[in-house]
Design a protein around this ligand. Structure first.
Ligand SMILES: [Zn+2]
Length: 204
């Protein structure tokens, strides 16, 4: 953004607009609108927002077992005594855990990869939590691994790679069944569709 009108925006406002416009889905126009909204908002509201962001960054960490987000050493799923310890559902992002939990169709554990294989974007096997998954399958009483990576090209490629890694370990490897919109993200699937896909999972 560089036009003569930029000179009219004082530096603290310009700085916030710049920071907001780096957020996903927020263009320069939305960023300006939000910044001017916060400028008019009362001081407490603006302070709450700033403190919520800071507290989240300070307090939220990754579960030492499944790499879901947590404020404790273990996430709520791993810490629960009622979850089925023999099933691990592998997902790309913590948001996918939330999407699957909303379906109430799965009572096992998770493993969050934190991405998918995408060599063109410079994301390789070692950038994901794959070795940690294999270590869990070797040491925990797992009998099924559900590869719930996104139903798109990168998600399919990641699932295929994981299948090759998991095959020698003697676990059942499955993938959610039909019904999920191809090319999409799990987090956008409606709970009924996602739940049905998980229940109709098929062996790879
Ligand atoms: Zn966990």
């Amino acid at each position: 953004m560089s036009s003569h009108s930029d000179n009219l925006i004082v530096e603290p406002v310009a700085r916030l607009i710049e920071a907001l416009s780096r957020l996903p889905g927020i263009g320069p126009k939305s960023a300006s609108r939000l910044a001017f909204y916060l400028l008019r908002a009362d001081a407490q509201q603006a302070r709450n927002l700033a403190q919520a962001i800071q507290a989240m960054k300070e307090q939220v960490t990754l579960c030492v077992r499944c790499f879901n987000i947590t404020v404790d050493e273990l996430c709520p799923v791993c810490a629960s005594p009622t979850r089925d310890q023999t099933k691990i559902c592998v997902v790309e992002e913590p948001l996918d855990v939330l999407a699957i939990e909303r379906t109430a169709a799965f009572r096992g554990l998770y493993h969050v990869l934190h991405g998918h294989i995408a060599p063109l974007e410079g994301i390789y096997r070692e950038d994901l939590k794959i070795e940690q998954l294999l270590a869990r399958v070797r040491s925990e009483p797992v009998d099924e691994v559900i590869l719930a990576t996104n139903p798109n090209t990168e998600g399919d490629a990641t699932a295929y790679l994981l299948l090759k890694d998991l095959a020698p370990l003697g676990v059942r490897v499955t993938r959610p069944g039909r019904g999920l919109p191809t090319g999409g993200d799990l987090e956008w699937a409606d709970p009924a569709t996602l739940g049905a896909a998980l229940e109709s999972r098929r062996e790879l």
